[in-house]
Design a protein around this ligand. Structure first.
Ligand code: SF4
Length: 437
């Protein structure tokens, strides 16, 4: 919970010495509450007040980065319980687990490589690999982690309660900044030491929500900043209750031990879906088939796509098939779903075409027209920007049937002949075959 100016004022020296550049301590407190200055401008603030004010200015849930360079995943950083309150920032990171006892590691790795998909122009897929030390063999664990890190372009979670096993792996790949899973009541001191030595994120595991809070607080007190929480329950209903309580305490009460992302484990799609819905920031699954992972990724897209930010295509002239100077030219807006409805129907027509996608703030055709974002002037601008006149030898442009009203103005503005296409994309193949001989 953010502190008010008066809350901050109570912690200041109240000497009005002006060293901070403000005429009074109260003015400084108000500026600090409005994030217009920083606490270090007051040289006389006590250490205790500084700690309190600094912790109050932290975000309610930390953003944790797992991995490094190209291979990294960001989790957490959420500020609301529900998407409609503002937005969600980081979709649940899905991790596929690999046992270090895996009989055929190469086959498993090849299966995992297939878990990437293109959906409405966006590449989506799994985000992490969780390597489990089932063998209890330190060298084997280390060898599997090394091989997986070399063959898969994904950040890692190292799963073992044995600090020696974790350190054996970190000796080779600590620069990849894997997430360490996990510190427990038994091994906490050793795990804290390793985490700090190699500067990697750490997951704390409590048998219940209270123990998780206690371990998290110990990790914070020992100087660890990148923490992930496992609340201990493997029963879905109990886990969801714990997750909800943890997130509420973090966001509404600013309870620092819970101000971190949470991890969940699922063995089947039903459980995994529930965790994606509420409130797993990291989800470790054993499933590795396309049939199981794709629905999870689709659900994740549904939950985490912000409806206030339409998914957009780059506005430009797209080639559908192998168009030439005689090919038809169609025009539409840069709403992704519109593009991915129109483009396949042009392909279905078997007539290679040019598709001019105009900037319309990601709105569909009718919405953009109603908002005056898809009009004759805008189409004319994009025709010129993309040099359509240099690409086709005719001067005909096909507009969507829903905006037939644009045809007269567009002809006047561009000097091109405007053909009114079908209202629905499904009518494009029949239309092109009939019109474009
Ligand atoms: Fe008050 Fe500190 Fe500013 Fe002095 S420097 S006026 S004590 S806030």
């Amino acid at each position: 919970m953010a502190l008010s100016g008066l809350d901050i004022y109570k912690q200041l020296p109240k000497t009005n010495c002006k060293k901070c550049g403000f005429p009074t301590c109260l003015a400084f407190a108000m500026a600090l509450a409005g994030k217009k200055t920083s606490l270090d401008k007051c040289p006389d603030v006590t250490a205790a007040a500084k700690q309190l004010l600094e912790s109050a200015s932290l975000p309610p849930m930390a953003t944790i980065t797992i991995g490094a360079g190209e291979k990294k995943a960001e989790v957490g950083g959420e500020t609301v319980l529900f998407r409609h309150e503002k937005t969600f920032y980081h979709p649940t990171a899905i991790a596929v687990s690999i046992s270090d006892n895996e009989q055929n590691l190469s086959v498993k790795i090849e299966r995992i490589k297939k878990l990437n998909f293109e959906r409405v122009g966006i590449m989506v897929g799994i985000n992490l690999i969780a390597i489990k030390n089932d063998s209890n063999d330190l060298l084997k664990f280390s060898a599997v982690a090394k091989e997986v890190s070399q063959k898969l372009q994904l950040p890692l979670i190292l799963i073992s309660e044995n600090p020696q096993a974790i350190e054996e792996v970190l000796k080779n790949i600590s620069q990849l900044k894997p997430l360490i899973y996990c510190a427990t009541e038994k091994n906490a001191e050793q795990m804290f030491g390793i985490t700090k030595k190699y500067n990697v994120p750490l997951c704390v595991y409590g048998k219940n929500i209270e123990e998780t809070a206690s371990l998290s607080q110990k990790a914070i007190s020992s100087g660890i900043k990148d923490i992930v929480l496992d609340c201990g329950s493997r029963d879905v209903a109990k886990c969801i209750r714990d997750f909800t309580q943890i997130r509420r305490l973090a966001l509404k009460k600013n309870f620092r031990p819970f101000g971190f992302p949470m991890i969940a484990f699922a063995d089947n799609i039903a459980d995994a879906s529930t965790y994606i819905t509420k409130y797993a920031n990291i989800l470790v699954v054993r499933m590795d088939s396309v049939e199981e992972i794709l629905p999870l990724i689709t659900l994740r897209l549904n939950i985490y796509t912000d409806p206030q930010k339409p998914i957009m295509m780059e506005p430009k002239l797209y080639e559908i098939g192998k168009p030439d100077a005689q090919s038809p030219l169609l025009v539409t807006t840069n709403f992704s779903l519109t593009y991915f409805t129109v483009a396949p129907e042009i392909e279905n027509s078997k007539i290679s075409s040019w598709l001019l996608v105009c900037e319309a703030e990601g709105m569909s055709v009718l919405t953009a027209w109603a908002a005056d974002k898809f009009n004759a002037e805008i189409i004319d601008v994009w025709m010129k920007k993309t040099d359509v006149a240099g690409k086709v030898s005719h001067k005909k442009i096909i507009i969507p049937g829903y905006v037939s009203v644009l045809s007269g103005k567009l002809e006047d503005t561009t000097g091109w002949q405007v053909l009114v296409g079908p209202k629905e994309a499904s009518g494009i193949p029949k239309y092109l075959k009939a019109v474009w001989k």
